[in-house]
Design a protein around this ligand. Structure first.
Ligand code: ATP
Ligand code: MG
Length: 135
């Protein structure tokens, strides 16, 4: 299964892009509630990094999301691209600083995080458990 979409760097289009990602995941019917929660945190963080650090809130710049599900391995691959050109750094533990935790959280919630210029990939193995409706 594959899906992709792009949006401009405004709060309202990002909000609708995030909703589209979550609706698509729900329609694929592959996630437990926990996986779904984790992926919502991941997508929120990656989209916000893309507009904040990559596109620097320049509205005309695009954010693209590609999503692919590999059923044999139960792997979800998520790629978020922006129009930034600088390197992306996953920071070390940050003490009491107010920022700089996002990608660490993403790394903790996924199985693999890979960064490039203007792009971040994550791979998450979805759990092989019953999809539950109560959390
Ligand atoms: N899409 C991106 N384009 C360019 N630089 C990025 C991108 N995503 C992250 N970075 C860089 O990597 C750093 C770490 O990102 P991270 O999300 O961990 O922290 P943050 O966004 O600064 O703070 P927080 O997520 O805690 O609000 C950022 O400060 C930024 O310099
Ligand atoms: Mg961040």
């Amino acid at each position: 299964m594959k899906w992709r979409k792009q949006a401009s760097s405004t709060l309202s289009s990002l909000k609708s892009l995030r909703k589209d990602v979550m609706d698509t995941l729900a329609s694929w019917n592959i996630c437990s509630e926990d996986d779904q929660f984790a992926l919502e945190v991941v997508i929120l963080e990656l989209l916000s990094n893309a507009v904040k650090h990559g596109n620097r809130w320049q509205e005309e710049k695009k954010v693209k999301v590609n999503m692919r599900y590999l059923p044999a391995a139960r792997n979800l691959i998520l790629l978020v691209c922006d129009e930034g050109t600088g390197p992306i750094m996953v920071k070390e533990a940050v003490g009491m600083e107010e920022e700089g935790r996002g990608l660490m959280v993403v790394e903790a919630l996924c199985n693999k995080l890979t960064v490039g210029r203007g792009r971040v990939w994550v791979r998450k193995e979805l759990r092989n458990e019953e999809k539950s409706t109560n959390r």
